[in-house]
Design a protein around this ligand. Structure first.
Ligand code: F6P
Length: 329
């Protein structure tokens, strides 16, 4: 299918880690697509399901009552086979056999690497929609699911603060977020954490312990340190702090709780807008791009610019990070 060809049949898949809002996005793709006169197919289990030909035509009622549900009704997977040329060839064969003119992928950086390969090497009309709790996709201010994940983690932090204050304890809370730590920083600022540790920024455990001791003397009765995965485990940091300060310290790992639950209104709106825009982009002849949200406006960003997966990653704003420490005084 070349640029400018007419779209008749499109397919949608979710890939990589699931996140709240994926269902709202699938719903938008299906219903916007059908209203625009397209046939819409759902591919189950991401790229792996595509290789195996697991697809089914979706109707408006196939996506009834899923806007508020976490996870993905299309299931998801991390496919190793799709990383190989042979796997990609099989996937393209399935698309051609089923006369799919355009593909919409919903996922994170790993998913987009695959979308880019499909568009660039195999000339498939493909558009990506950013969806990951990590919010680490370069080129978009938000990815679907990140607002819900931060609110889930914030709810936990608020609850931990209650017990930390009552028992005058130090708490270390470990959150997800891969290599950048956007969840940690967002939840640290919104939850009033005293410290946040992220992989990209060096930390000094002795300084942290000194601050805790000084804080105690000033009358600070609780202390919450948010640790992003990849720095160390929450338990390791808690152990060090207890040994060095002598204060009772506990660790909590929030884990996969952050990936589930009903999406926030923000994520549902974002998912609905991006889903509809992705379909429209295919109809308009756009290929190999991501639909992004930048300062509230929808933008199309080329998936091959910048070309490597690493560079596609969004970087932490250190000013934002420093504000946490200032406000924790
Ligand atoms: O990308 C989403 C995410 O939840 C990351 O924050 C985390 O590092 C990873 O997925 C966990 O993946 P899995 O569920 O496969 O262990």
């Amino acid at each position: 299918m070349g640029i400018g060809d007419i779209m008749k049949r499109i397919a949608v898949l979710t890939s990589g880690g699931d996140c709240p809002g994926m269902n709202a996005c699938i719903r938008a793709v299906v219903r916007y697509g059908i209203v625009a006169g397209l046939e819409v197919f759902g591919i189950f289990r991401g790229y792996q399901g595509l290789i195996k030909g697991e697809l089914k035509q979706l109707r408006p009622t196939s996506v009834s009552n899923i806007i508020g549900r976490g996870g993905t009704v299309l299931k998801t997977a991390r496919s190793v086979e799709f990383m190989t040329e042979d796997g990609q060839r099989k996937a393209v064969k399935v698309l051609k056999k089923n006369k799919i003119d355009g593909l919409i992928t919903i996922g994170g950086n790993g998913t987009f690497k695959g979308t880019n390969v499909l568009a660039d090497r195999w000339k498939i009309a493909a558009i990506g929609i950013p969806a990951t709790i990590d919010n680490d996709i370069s080129g978009t201010d938000f990815s679907i699911g990140s607002d819900t994940a931060v609110n889930t983690a914030l709810d936990a932090i608020d609850k931990i603060r209650d017990t930390a204050t009552s028992l005058e304890r130090i708490f270390v809370v470990e959150v997800m977020g891969r290599s950048e730590g956007f969840i940690a920083v967002a939840v640290g600022l919104s939850g009033g954490a005293e410290d946040v540790l992220v992989p990209a920024i060096k930390y000094d455990i002795n300084k942290i312990c000194e601050d805790i001791t000084k804080g105690r003397r000033r009358g600070k009765v609780s202390w919450i340190i948010v640790v992003s995965e990849g720095v160390a485990t929450g338990a390791e940091i808690a152990d060090l702090i207890q040994k060095k300060t002598g204060y009772e310290t506990r660790a909590t790992t929030l884990g996969h709780i952050q990936r589930g639950g009903a999406p926030t209104a923000f994520d549902r709106i974002l998912a609905s807008r991006l889903g509809a825009e992705a379909v429209q982009a295919l109809i308009d002849g756009q290929r190999g791009k991501m639909v992004a949200i930048v300062s509230g406006q929808i933008k199309m960003i080329a998936l091959d610019a910048p070309p490597t997966q690493l560079k596609r990653q969004r970087k932490l704003d250190q000013k934002f990070y420093k504000l946490i420490r200032i406000l924790a005084t």
